[in-house]
Design a protein around this ligand. Structure first.
Ligand code: PLP
Length: 385
């Protein structure tokens, strides 16, 4: 069997060697607790402070604007729920977002509704772009916090985050962006883009799973979600995960250094793949095509096929991709993102997300484009049998 091909980088990425090496001492001699006053503690504190400075530099932020979290999900929850709890008493019961967000944001929004908040959904168009009129209707001066993702994790659609943040802020609304799929692809600079809060996640950029960070602009009102010690100035109590913070800092620096070149490389690969696929399967639909998109995600439906059977057939050939976002695998419900952009249910049930990254090369995508048509044809026959 030929080498397996991993086309699921939007789900997770392998840990980079440099990151692994940078973390190792913290599983060995540098094991101290950063809150301890002795030399082990001071050593850990220095490493943690440096990691925070490095992540801050990657985002154009001050170190005290960075909170390390356990993952992107926690960063999203902290941003939405933390700000809403701090502000809703000021006559701002609203919390606004789009229907194509990751479940980490949608789940936080539902929690806010349970606590008495007013959930506002901003419409998106057929390619997943925010509809300006709807934004203006939903994001008014009775809204505490608004969250719009920078790059969609299922179809790759990019939003004009700078413009949306500026519009929200002109109404006194705190603006958050989930940049989990954007960081390392798009230039993320909080000095140039007026967001108040921004989430990233390590495992999408070559750090391990289980580390993320939230940028919180100085002065942003925010209640902590956890209670305990005074770590991170009370914003996130709990002994800090020094090794993971160091891993995130290392991965973030590499991602920023390689970003522009990687964007071009992935764009070439994606365009080559989509062109080859459309040449062989002319009725294939590429969701969000034509809109500004990040280059590492393509989402394709061949009408009449079923994504579940296609995923299995591809896996048997050593090709790994996904039926939507990873959190939905195992579920037969079509993706909420495709539903929100108006894709018919039967077409959404055929959707496959292929996502490119460090393990992707031309030979691999050419092979996928070659084997895919026959598998799609078989899935079509099975679905109609
Ligand atoms: N937001 C987006 C856009 C994502 O793609 C993901 C992960 O798939 C998350 C948030 C959640 O990040 P984590 O897996 O670190 O909790």
């Amino acid at each position: 069997m030929p080498e397996p091909i991993y086309l699921d980088h939007a789900a997770t990425t392998p840990v980079r060697e440099e990151v692994f090496a940078a973390m190792q001492p913290f599983f060995g001699p540098r094991f101290g607790n950063p809150s301890s006053v002795h030399r082990w503690g001071r050593d850990a504190r220095t490493a943690l402070d440096e990691a925070r400075e490095r992540v801050a530099r990657c985002l154009g932020a001050f170190p005290d604007e960075i909170v390390f979290t356990s993952c992107g999900t926690e960063a999203d929850n902290m941003a939405l729920i933390g700000v809403w709890r701090a502000r809703h008493g000021e006559g701002r019961p609203g919390a606004a977002s789009t229907p194509i967000e990751h479940k980490a944001v949608l789940g936080a929004l539902h929690q806010i509704a349970k606590e008495g908040g007013d959930e506002r959904l901003i419409a998106v168009d057929a390619s997943g772009r925010v509809v300006d009129e709807s934004f203006d209707q939903q994001v008014r001066d009775d809204v505490a916090v608004c969250s719009v993702m920078w790059v969609n994790n299922e179809i790759g659609t990019l939003q004009d985050i700078g413009a949306l943040a500026a519009r929200a802020k002109s109404r006194g609304v705190v603006f958050h962006t989930d940049a989990v799929q954007a960081f390392g692809k798009v230039e993320v600079d909080t000095r140039a883009t007026p967001v108040d809060l921004l989430s990233i996640s390590g495992h999408k950029i070559g750090a391990p799973k289980g580390i993320g960070a939230l940028f919180i602009r100085r002065g942003t009102p925010m209640e902590a979600l956890m209670f305990g010690g005074s770590q991170d100035r009370g914003r996130r109590p709990g002994t800090e995960n020094v090794a993971m913070a160091v891993g995130l800092a290392c991965a973030a620096e590499l991602a920023v250094a390689e970003r522009a070149e990687e964007w071009n490389r992935l764009e070439r690969l994606r365009d080559r793949f989509e062109a080859a696929l459309l040449a062989r399967v002319p009725d294939a639909i590429i969701h969000g095509r034509g809109a500004p998109r990040a280059p590492h995600i393509t989402n394709v439906s061949v009408p009449g096929t079923e994504s579940e059977s296609l995923l299995i057939a591809l896996d048997l050939r050593g090709i790994a991709c996904s039926a939507g976002s990873a959190c939905q695998s195992g579920s037969v419900n079509p993706s909420h993102v495709l539903e929100a952009i108006g894709v018919r249910t039967d077409v959404a049930s055929a959707a496959l997300r292929m996502s490119f990254g460090v393990l992707t090369d031309e030979a691999g995508i050419d092979r996928v484009a070659e084997v895919f048509p026959a598998l799609a044809e078989k899935s079509r026959r099975l679905a109609t049998a």
